[in-house]
Design a protein around this ligand. Structure first.
Ligand code: PMP
Length: 444
């Protein structure tokens, strides 16, 4: 057991004590510095200790730290919502503020269900999601999540959900199939699942636009989401896109769905919204959904104590203003191309690197025992955890994960550096990651 009263997730291991952060670096209590190449968990878009964000939070704390949303709204929440709607996907009219990604997914699932209850379709009670996905750890979000390892202990207490194939070309696109045909096949699989469940029984299909915390960044093939949108529309099923990890500029557009040419009915954002300065997420909702609820009961039957927390909204608003003023999303596209090239140079030829994939500043590296057969390492070796350990020893933060592949765990590491990272820092990331992978593989 760890020698501390904090209930750390890993009960045998107390992590280093973080004491300060500046830009892309975090320092621990021994003075050691770590390059934050994963932005924590794809959170820190502006890096640490951005003076403008800190000043905005201080100003809000001095004015008003907290006011419950059943009594008041606040100027800062109104301003943030207006900003998100102005820059959000077409047709969105309202932002529902929560304290993180799982809360956002829970709210979206309930909003979707209540929309159908209000519009006389209360027989719709089923969600469809994808294998190899992650939507959060609360029970509703875990129910739609498709990561076997995370679900297993809780399976008997999850709400029923159907899982279809993810868009995972490296492993699941068939020989002779074009990316477009692959995308069409996946959309057909969704259509079949809806038909099987009953076309009037399904509430929504939920997917990460670019997959994150399960299988090391899964980028959709061209046309996949357009085909999925058509299937959903044909059956009156809502499309919920979870951009908790891949959204808010991370993939080189403010919302990842912009690059797919689709507009969801509900869009969940979090992590990069507040950049880690405060816990905050939001569900952006299409006008027709809010209107239906407004004309129905006029009340969303859901809520938490810290909805629209003023300091969280102030932090997020400041983060979004900096992002816009400094044109950081365009910078993500440029520096993403540089990071991609560097990863290709340093890791592309490695015999155990099966795939390097991503978009913008969101990259995944998939490790394999054998490149030709794409055979994963034995899951019991926990190679991804070893890579994280070796990276931390070298002063590098990377996000490790073991995603389920054919019932086995494959190993991945995820990179999501702050948008302000420099070319020199990308060089450090590539070089330290290469050394950490080599040492981890040496150890198995
Ligand atoms: N959805 C996605 C796509 C995520 O990546 C995450 C977190 N990794 C969540 C939801 C859950 O967010 P949180 O940890 O803030 O509850």
């Amino acid at each position: 057991m760890s020698n501390t009263h904090v209930f750390h997730r890993h009960l045998h291991h107390t992590p280093p004590v973080a004491v300060s952060g500046k830009g892309v670096w975090i320092q621990d209590s021994s003075g050691k510095e770590y390059l934050d190449a994963s932005g924590g968990a794809a959170v820190s878009c502006l890096g640490h200790a951005h003076p403008e964000v800190l000043a905005a939070m201080h100003a809000q704390i001095d004015r008003l730290a907290y006011a419950h949303t059943s009594f008041f709204t606040t100027e800062v929440a109104e301003e943030l919502a207006a900003h998100l709607i102005e820059h959000g996907p077409a047709g969105m009219s309202h932002a529902y503020f929560v304290s993180g990604g799982s809360e956002g997914v829970e709210a979206a699932l309930k909003m979707a269900r209540q929309y159908f209850v209000e519009t006389g379709q209360s027989q719709r009670s089923h969600f469809i999601a994808r294998r190899q996905s992650y939507h959060g750890n609360t029970l509703g979000a875990l129910s739609v999540g498709g990561n076997q390892w995370r679900r297993e202990p809780f399976a008997p207490i999850l709400i029923p959900a159907t899982h279809v194939s993810p868009c995972y070309p490296y492993r699941e696109q068939q020989a002779g199939e074009t990316p477009e045909q692959y995308g069409q096949r996946l959309a057909q699989e969704l259509d079949d699942a809806i038909q099987r469940l009953g076309t009037d029984k399904v509430i929504a299909f939920i997917a990460e636009t670019v997959g994150g915390a399960t299988a090391g960044v899964l980028t959709p093939v061209p046309g996949y989401f357009k085909a999925v949108r058509e299937v959903c529309d044909r059956h009156g099923v809502l499309l919920i896109l979870d951009e908790v990890m891949c959204g808010m500029g991370r993939t080189g557009s403010l919302h990842a769905c912009e690059q797919e040419g689709v507009t969801p009915d509900l869009l969940v954002v979090a992590k990069g919204l507040g950049g880690g300065y405060q816990p905050i997420g939001a569900v952006l909702a299409q006008k027709r959904i809010v209107e239906a609820m407004s004309q129905g009961s006029g009340f969303f039957q859901h809520g938490h104590t810290y909805l629209g927390h003023p300091v969280a909204c102030a932090a997020a608003l400041a983060v979004q203003h900096v992002l816009q003023r400094e044109n950081l999303v365009a910078r993500v596209r440029q520096s993403g191309a540089r990071l991609e090239a560097l990863l290709g140079e340093t890791l592309g030829g490695h015999p155990n690197v099966g795939d390097i994939r991503g978009r913008g500043l969101f990259w995944g590296v998939e490790l394999v025992r054998d490149r030709a057969s794409k055979t994963p390492f034995d899951p019991a070796l926990k190679l991804h955890a070893r890579i994280k350990k070796e990276a931390m020893a070298r002063g590098l933060m990377v996000y490790p994960m073991g995603g389920t592949v054919d019932g086995r765990l494959g190993d991945h590491v995820l990179l999501a550096p702050p948008f302000i990272a420099t070319e020199a820092e990308f060089g450090v990331i590539a070089q330290r990651l290469h050394a950490a992978i080599a040492a981890a593989i040496e150890s198995v």
